[in-house]
Design a protein around this ligand. Structure first.
Ligand code: MTE
Ligand code: MO
Length: 201
């Protein structure tokens, strides 16, 4: 029995059903989810992006230097563990393949750290092969501050808590250390297609 036909805004339209992971609903807006205050990071005086820790060649780019790196458009679907999914989000940024190639990681794990103190852990395997970016624009405009501007990590194949806003750098290491949400009960990896929401999943 299908009660309330037409009245359920969480019904997933058939034409996009295969793009919505299990347990998710289609969101047309772009909700803001931030634990704590929204940092303000001045690109001229305060912003840089670093790759440090166990690497062959430590890197730090100023905003101006970062702007000279090759950028690409990224159209992607994003999935938040709070169950909304947004299709065809249009970002622009620098591929982690480019950034990591410069830094030469020597070990397999990374912690993304941010202005404001948020962290999240990722395997380098999940940051390479054209699947992760440091994004600086959204829908053709500078990335809005509430969505992580000046720059955020974008790892659309994992739940969106891995896409660290106001990213300041990646620290490479030899062991996998839980970040902010991972230490508070979220899954260590967070694959939306496997519904890896909580550490018990
Ligand atoms: N620095 C920082 N990054 C963060 C968060 C945060 O609180 N601080 N929240 C995460 C969570 S839980 C989600 S779902 C997404 C939300 O991104 P949005 O606000 O652009 O939708 O950002 C992730 N990145
Ligand atoms: Mo989230």
């Amino acid at each position: 029995m299908s009660r309330g036909f037409g009245g359920n805004r969480r019904r997933v339209p058939d034409e996009v059903a295969d793009r919505i992971p299990p347990g998710q609903y289609l969101e047309r807006g772009f909700p803001v989810l931030t634990a704590g205050p929204t940092p303000e990071v001045d690109t001229a005086t305060a912003w840089s992006f670093a790759i440090d820790g166990m690497v062959g060649a430590k890197q730090r780019w100023s905003w101006e230097e970062f702007g000279e790196l090759p950028h690409e458009d990224v159209a992607c679907d994003i999935h938040c563990v709070t169950k909304w999914s947004k299709l065809d989000a249009a970002f622009r940024g620098v591929s982690l393949d480019v950034l990591l190639e410069a830094a030469e990681p020597l070990e397999p794990f990374a912690t993304a750290y941010c202005f404001g103190g948020y962290t999240t852990n990722l395997a380098i395997e999940d940051l390479t092969d054209g699947r992760a970016w440091v994004a600086t624009s959204y829908e053709g405009e500078p990335l809005p501050r509430e969505h992580g501007g000046p720059a955020r990590l974008l790892v659309p194949h994992l739940y969106f808590w891995k896409s660290a806003k106001w990213i300041a750098g990646l620290r490479i290491g030899d062991h996998d250390e839980p970040g902010f949400w991972e230490a508070n009960g979220y899954h260590n990896r967070g694959d939306p297609w496997k519904e890896e929401r909580y550490w018990t999943d």
